[in-house]
Design a protein around this ligand. Structure first.
Ligand code: AMP
Ligand code: MG
Length: 687
């Protein structure tokens, strides 16, 4: 029902809370497509600004706060003449001053309300030093004649603190005074409805639904700071909540009046709190990132991909001559020794080292050559003509280089005596029978194939090729070379990258921005994985995201990397879909750094990460902390130079570059000559 669920744990702090995240401050959890991310805010103003931006994204949003969005019956009518919580919000918006630095007048407003009523209270609780005689520092009255202590819904949630209390631990009253005033302004959005004050106890239709929640209803998720864990739990509960949560309180005898005058807590039914619904735990969660991270570090994203990608390919036997680039499916051992027999490494003269005493050595008839072994035995103190690769005849253990010997009528004279065993190769010195040759998962290079052949293999069991489909999306995309529009850079580029990685790259064509066509194309893919480009963000025209979310599964990963846009990962009928950004530079980068390792693991090659090289920088740069930066780069004169612009729109940079400079998550100040990590395109399997 909702694309985005926001759960805010509000705060009435009078000064900005600490720069480092802490408890009793504003925490907001954003749940989107099964991924929870949390944000910490130092001021209400900052939080409201962030919320506004979220609401501007055009998503169907459930926006919730943890303070009472109404007061016990009686107060609204007394202050505004209307028994409506929303009228009280307007009234508070007029009275409350709440600065960008959190400075506010909530205690004075509490006192003013008390003064307008007979007797003591109902508001109480304030710092002792404040001179507010009509706001008692401690609880002064049990039940005020005008209003009850608690709202009807609070009587169903016994641990809820009464809103009349404005200070001391766990209090919510101050948050309600400040919060309702802020909500009065938020409510001015035309596409927002307040449940149930405005909608009644029905499942709302508006694009943005504002509702009250009470995180303490459910045990918090594990998190360093309890408040953070609580907003995560609540967001999960709301995501899994049945629609009845909106409508069930309607059976309360006084439901219509209560909805308007006091409001209600989403998650409390007519008889009390609902247990947190079990989170759906299905395979579609495999791309879920750990909760509690706003921007996912590259390493976390890679670890999640690693855990989520299983081998899906089969096994086939191929001729060694066809095996280069394939993934070996078995550990192989030597079927024969290499070399099979001791042999001569050079052309020269063979003899038994221990039997020579210098001078002229008699030469035996015949010779030993590769493939033509000498059948006899060479007698002691005799030499035989021997050529490279020839098996050493019986009686020979050493070979003198042809250049170091002279053959005459009276035999062989040696200019210098070689060392014992010189110029020979021992049997099995490369590999012995049964010795290890290559390990399963090896992506076979020409050298590997050579070794397998030397070790006696004529065929190898390899993984069937992983079939990876590529689809471009977007109404603006036209075929390469066509007039108008934006040429489809991504599809041919990604197909070429996939082929280079040894996969069977399947062209799935170009999909318009139309959900049904796109769905039909995904249905027809018949591949092991799909790479798409474009339409992967969370906007209105982002059909891929929408489709996966509604009919498949989707996780939007906000990866802390530049160049970066959200990477959408999901399953379509069990097939992993990598929703790459449309921007070709980002598509290229995300494919190389995120899709490639996952696809290689699916293909059976295991998890591989590129090995970098530390080289001096030929550039200077500062970067801030909190995200990895992958700069298009190349090596010149032993140093890494970077492309003239980091703008991710410049496709020319992909052609210019030969690799990436990989700057770490931390802040960095690089000066020319400083060591930086360089990862070549070759290392990423890009030719
Ligand atoms: P999108 O992610 O769909 O919002 O696209 C982001 C940008 O990338 C837009 O400027 C698109 O026109 C562009 N784009 C999307 N797909 C491709 C493609 N296949 N080739 C080149 N540019 C693309
Ligand atoms: Mg698009």
């Amino acid at each position: 029902m909702f694309d985005l669920i926001l759960v805010a744990d509000w705060s009435a702090a009078a000064v900005p809370t600490g720069a480092a995240p802490r408890k009793d401050a504003i925490w907001i959890c954003a749940e989107e497509g099964g991924v929870e991310t949390t944000e910490y805010f130092r001021t209400r103003a900052a939080a409201l600004e962030w919320i506004d931006r979220q609401l501007d994204r055009g998503l169907c949003t459930l926006l919730t706060f943890d303070f009472a969005m109404g007061f016990p019956a009686g107060l609204a009518a007394h202050l505004t003449g209307r028994a409506e919580a929303l009228a009280l919000w307007e009234w508070l918006a007029e009275q409350i001053e709440d600065g960008p630095d959190n400075a506010n007048n909530r205690f004075a407003v509490g006192q003013a309300i008390n003064r307008s009523l007979p007797g003591t209270g109902p508001f109480w609780g304030r710092p002792a030093h404040l001179d507010l005689p009509d706001l008692p520092p401690t609880r002064a009255v049990v039940d005020h004649p005008l209003t009850a202590t608690r709202r009807a819904v609070e009587r169903l949630a016994p641990t809820a603190k009464p809103v009349w209390q404005l200070a001391y631990a766990g209090t919510v009253g101050s948050q309600s005074l400040l919060g309702c005033a802020a909500l009065a302004r938020l409510r001015q959005r035309p596409d927002l409805a307040v449940w149930p004050q405005e909608t009644g106890f029905v499942r709302p239709e508006a694009r943005i639904v504002l509702a009250e929640i009470y995180p303490s209803l459910w045990p918090p998720a594990p998190a360093a700071i309890r408040d953070e864990g609580q907003v995560v739990t609540t967001a999960r509960a709301l995501r899994a909540a049945p629609a009845e949560w909106f409508s069930a309180p309607a059976v309360h005898p006084d439901a219509t009046r209560l909805a308007v005058e006091e409001g209600w807590i989403l998650g409390i039914g007519p008889d009390g709190p609902y247990p947190a619904p079990p989170a759906p735990r299905v395979a579609s969660d495999c791309f879920a990132l750990p909760p509690g991270v706003t921007w996912t570090p590259v390493e976390t994203a890679l670890a999640t991909l690693r855990a989520a990608s299983d081998v899906v390919t089969g096994i086939e036997r191929v001729d060694v001559s066809e095996a280069t680039g394939r993934i070996l499916a078995e550990d192989i051992a030597a079927r024969r020794a290499n070399p099979p027999e001791a042999n001569a490494a050079v052309d020269g003269w063979g003899f038994a080292y221990g039997t020579l005493s210098g001078g002229h050595v008699p030469i035996v008839e015949g010779r030993a050559a590769a493939g033509q072994s000498y059948p006899g035995v060479v007698p002691p103190a005799h030499a035989i003509r021997i050529l490279t690769g020839a098996a050493l005849p019986a009686g020979v253990d050493t070979v003198a280089l042809q250049e170091d010997a002279e053959a005459g009528d009276d035999g062989l004279s040696l200019a210098a005596m070689p060392k014992a065993g010189a110029n020979t190769r021992a049997a099995g010195e490369d590999v012995r029978v049964g010795g290890p040759v290559l390990a399963q998962g090896t992506i076979l290079r020409p050298g590997d194939v050579g070794f397998a052949i030397a070790a006696g293999h004529g065929t190898l069991q390899v993984r069937t090729r992983l079939r990876v489909g590529v689809l471009s999306t977007g109404d603006e995309i036209v075929a390469p070379g066509a007039e108008g529009g934006i040429p489809d850079v991504n599809r041919p580029m990604l197909l070429a990258m996939l082929a280079g990685w040894g996969f069977a790259a399947v062209d799935l064509g170009h999909a318009p921005d139309d959900a049904e066509t796109l769905a039909a194309m995904l249905d027809g893919a018949a591949t092991d994985a799909i790479l798409t480009s474009g339409g992967a963000s969370a906007g209105d025209e982002d059909h891929l995201s929408r489709l996966l979310r509604t009919r498949g599964s989707l996780h939007h990963w906000r990866i802390a990397v530049k160049p970066g846009r959200p990477l959408a990962l999901g399953l379509w009928q069990g097939v992993p879909v990598f929703g790459l950004p449309g921007n070709p530079v980002a598509a290229f980068t995300c494919a190389a750094w995120f899709a490639r390792p996952a696809l290689l693991q699916m293909a059976g090659a295991g998890w591989r990460e590129p090995v970098g090289l530390m080289v001096p920088a030929a550039f200077a740069k500062r970067k801030k902390a909190g995200r990895r930066e992958l700069l298009r780069a190349r090596l010149r004169d032993g140093a890494a130079e970077v492309f003239r612009s980091e703008g991710s729109g410049l496709v020319s940079g992909l052609s210019w570059a030969e690799g990436f400079v990989d700057l770490p998550d931390e802040a960095a100040r690089v000066e020319a000559g400083d060591p930086v990590r360089y990862v070549s395109f070759a290392e990423l399997g890009i030719g």
